[in-house]
Design a protein around this ligand. Sequence first.
Ligand code: SF4
Length: 357
Amino acid sequence: MDIKVLKTLLTERGEPAYRLAQAKRAFFVDLGASWDSLTNYSKPLREACQENIAWDVLKEVRTVISEKGDTVKTLFECRDGQMIEAVLMRHDDGRNTVCASSQVGCAMACAFCATGTMGLKRNLAIPEIVEQVIHFSRWLKPKGEYVTNLVMMGMGEPFHNYDNVIAALRQLNDKDGLNLGARHMSISTCGIVPGILKLADEPLQVNLAISIHAGTDEVRDKFMPVNKAYPLAKLMDAVHIYMEKTNRKVMFEYLLLDGINDRKSDANALARLLAHDHRLSHVNVIKYHPTEAFEPSPRENRMAFVEWLEERGISATHRVTFGEDIDAACGQLAVQEAEGLVKQGLEAIRAKRESKK
Ligand code: SF4
C-alpha cells in the first residue's frame, strides 16, 4: 500500500487524520488482505481507495520452503511485471529475519553474486520494499509468530536506492504500524562510501553491514568492481567516520572463496584493516554457496579463518547459513525467470577468467 498516495487522497477528500491511522492499523497490525478489511471506512471511501490505490503492490508468484523448514523464499511479481525475491530465515532462538531486496537486479556486478550477473533493471519503490516484510508477517501470523528482524541484504545495493530504503524502514519502524525496532534492522552495502556517510547522520538508528570479503585491494579488485571507485582505504575512512559519529558496531561480511581470500595472509590483512576500529567491528565469516563462478572454502578453512582473526583481537563468528537447497543463501538470490541473463553473466565471468589464465 502506498501510504503517501493514501495520505494525499484522504486529505483531498477532507477526511479526518485518524483515517490514515485506521488504514495503517488494518494493513500493518491486523495484516488485512484487502480494502474490505477496513470496515471502519464508509463504503464510498473504501471504493475510492480501491480505485486509486493497490492494497498490495506485490503479487506472490511462488513460495518455497527449505527441507529443514528454517528458510522460506518468495518470488514476487511487481505491477510492471518485474520479479524480485525475499527470504525469511527462522532462527532456533525464535527470531524471524527477513532478507529483503532493494532493487530489481543490481549494477554492482560482484563476481560471486547471482544477482550481480543480472544487471540493474530499476530501484524498488517504498511499498515494494515494505510489502516483502508484510508478506512474511502474514505468513507467520497463523503460527503465532512475527517478523523480528530485517536485513536489506537481498537483491540490489541499498545505498543506490537510499531514499526509498530509508523511507521504507521508517514505515516499518513506525509505532503505529509494524513497530519493528530500528536496532533490529540492518542495511548491507558492498561499500558505497557516500551512503555510509549519509547513514552516519541518519536519525533512524539502523545497523550497518559491509560486504568486505577481502583485506587488500589486490584481492578485492578480483571480484568486486566497486573497489575501483571506493578502495579499502576510502571505505575504511568512511566506516571510521560512521563509528565515530554513531558509536555503533559495524558487521563485516566475509564470504570465504576457496584459494582466493581464505589464506592466513588474508586473515592477517583483514585484521590489520580492522585493527584501528576493532572495538566496534565484528566479522561474520560466511560459507559461500557456489553459483558457478567460485568454489566455497572448506569448513576447516572457515573455522581456522575465525581463529586467525580472533588471535589478532578481531571478534568474529562463523555464521550459520540458511536455505542453500532453495537457492536462498548468500550470493544466490537471482530470479529464476531471469536464468538466461544469469547464465550469460556467468559465462562472461568464466570467459574473462579463462582469458586471464
Ligand atoms: S553482492 Fe550485493 S551489491 Fe554485489 S552484485 Fe550482489 S546484490 Fe549487488
